[in-house]
Design a protein around this ligand. Structure first.
Ligand code: HEM
Length: 494
């Protein structure tokens, strides 16, 4: 007890030192205006956490297209519709580096810091390029999992929190592509991938208060969660390796025995094994296990949120039900997706989805770190190396110059005939980012989402008790899906 006053004094001194360092950092750059604040150290943290929407509106009104705020002990620059593309297209700004501070996947899994470059290759070369070869098994898994997790609803069935249900369906599809048909039968392995992705997703909800002392301390607190206790990552790697090793050894044996006549399976494990530089006599199983686990996060949580948002919108907008059902019956009359063209013809569903994504409620996200000597904007402002700059998404997605006089209005057919499919990125639609690092898994994701939504539309009448679209829940600038229950009832066939 005697130490408490000393600890308080030392703690306060540390806070003040970091505050001074931040306040008087390199000023030779023409940096964007820092929004005025009253209380040192706390800065704008309260305004940001309590009502980010109105806080940003006020800042933009007063300071214009670019401004900086002081939140959780760090300065963050905010850009909207005019300048966002300059961030995405700049070689001097990196989403990956800033993201690693928020969700330290590389450090948790013991992967090199540039691991995401590899995940991007997996997304492009396996998920996207091999999409056609995954079509049949993806639909098989989707039908089976919808039946297993929602099932027959002769009587109306209330599902209280839809997200975990959708997550379970999506995680099965993804795991099949990661590990192939044989390992996919292993329920424990499937669960490991799903729960790891879910644990990472939960990190998005951890308050960043430790950032007041230093961002490093916040990051360490996240990593420690995976070093000790139930989430222990060493144990995770060990179990994954135990599962994948015999399969990999068998594949390598067959490759040696049959040479060029051996037809390798199409999945992420094989893609990783075939990378130049991989020593097949001495396989680095920790690296393979880490890459597979890393890919779960990029592909599962994002897709789950998108489908859950779709269902919340669909259930509360009955005016679209007949039309979207008719489209399903036209393009998928026999409950069988034979080719990708059949999915791309579902243009109404596609347009509806794009509108769901645009209005999903995100205010601020996609933070990038300046990794070059500076990030210079066309309006003359500069950000020095190490600065963070994020995107004011609400300003982009609710822009009346682009989306008309009522940009907050939901118009499910807004994009019909406009050559703007849901997977198309642009300066005014950032659900998948844009520019050099736009999501490389988006074509796969949209096809998977359209298949799953189509199955649900055809099988069930889906309603919501309140009959209104419940708003998503904001945490910082990011919107999380509302857990309001939905009601599923078997559709009576005409
Ligand atoms: C609806 C589902 C998805 C959404 C909303 C989504 C969204 C995003 C966003 C916003 C980014 C940042 C883009 C940028 O910096 O410009 C991104 C990057 C990425 N996504 Fe997705 N994504 C989805 C599905 C997937 C899937 C299925 C994969 C497959 C593995 C994937 C793999 C990646 C990878 C590897 C990156 C990093 C790309 C890079 O830095 O070059 N995503 N995604």
């Amino acid at each position: 007890m005697d130490h408490i006053p000393d600890t308080l004094i030392v703690g306060t001194c540390v806070l003040v030192i970091f505050y001074i360092i931040n306040k008087f950092r390199n000023r030779k750059f023409n940096e964007p205006p820092l929004v005025h604040y009253k209380y040192p150290i706390i800065g704008h943290t309260w305004d940001y956490c309590a009502d980010v929407e109105n806080f940003f509106l006020k800042c933009r009104k007063e300071y214009g297209e670019i401004f900086s705020i002081y939140v959780h002990g760090s300065i963050m620059t905010v850009v909207g519709k005019e300048l966002c593309h300059e961030v995405f297209n700049s070689k001097d700004a990196s989403f990956k580096v800033a993201f690693e501070d928020k969700i330290p996947v590389a450090r948790i899994l013991g992967l090199p810091l540039n691991y995401m470059t590899f995940t991007a290759e997996i997304a492009k070369c396996v998920f996207n390029d091999q999409m056609l070869s995954f079509l049949e098994k993806t639909q098989r898994t989707l039908y089976r999992e919808v039946n297993a997790s929602i099932g027959e609803c002769e009587e109306p069935k209330i599902i209280h929190n839809l997200r975990p249900v959708i997550f379970s369906i999506v995680s099965k599809v993804v795991t099949n592509i990661l590990v192939g048909d044989k390992l996919f039968q292993d329920k424990e392995l499937v669960n490991i991938f799903a729960s790891f992705s879910n644990e990472l997703y939960k990190l998005l909800h951890v308050p960043e208060y430790l950032g007041f002392i230093h961002p490093w301390i916040f990051r360490q607190s996240l990593i420690l969660r995976f070093r000790f206790g139930g989430r222990k990552v060493k144990k995770l790697h060990k179990t994954v390796i135990e599962k994948i090793k015999p399969e990999i050894e068998e594949r390598l044996r067959q490759e040696r025995e049959y040479g060029n006549s051996w037809k390798p399976p199409v999945d992420c494990i094989q893609f990783l094994l075939d990378q130049p530089g991989v020593d097949k006599k001495n396989v680095d199983y920790v690296w393979i296990s880490g890459q597979l686990l890393a890919a779960t996060f990029a592909s599962m949580s994002t897709t789950t949120s998108s489908v859950t948002n779709f269902l919340l919108d669909f259930a509360s907008r009955p005016e679209y039900w007949d039309d979207l059902l008719e489209e399903q019956e036209t393009f998928n009359p026999n409950d069988k997706f034979d080719n990708l063209d059949q999915i791309s013809k579902m243009e109404k569903l596609d347009s509806f989805l794009r509108e769901v994504f645009r209005l999903s409620g995100n205010i601020f996200s996609l933070v990038h770190r300046v990794t070059g000597p500076e990030l210079k904007f066309s309006n003359g402002y500069q950000l020095p190396r190490g600065s963070d700059v994020g995107i004011y998404l609400k300003n982009v997605h609710h822009d009346s110059e682009r989306y008309g006089p009522d940009p907050d209005e939901f118009d499910g057919y807004r994009y019909l005939g406009k050559n703007s499919p849901a997977s198309k990125v642009s300066r005014d639609f950032l659900h998948f980012g844009m520019g050099r690092h736009a999501c490389p898994g988006r074509n796969f994701a949209i096809n998977e989402i359209k298949m799953l939504c189509g199955i649900l539309i055809k099988k069930y009448k889906i309603t919501i008790k309140s009959k209104k679209r419940p708003p998503n829940i904001l945490f910082g600038g990011v919107a999380f899906t509302n857990p309001e229950p939905l009601i599923f009832e078997n559709r009576v066939k005409a």
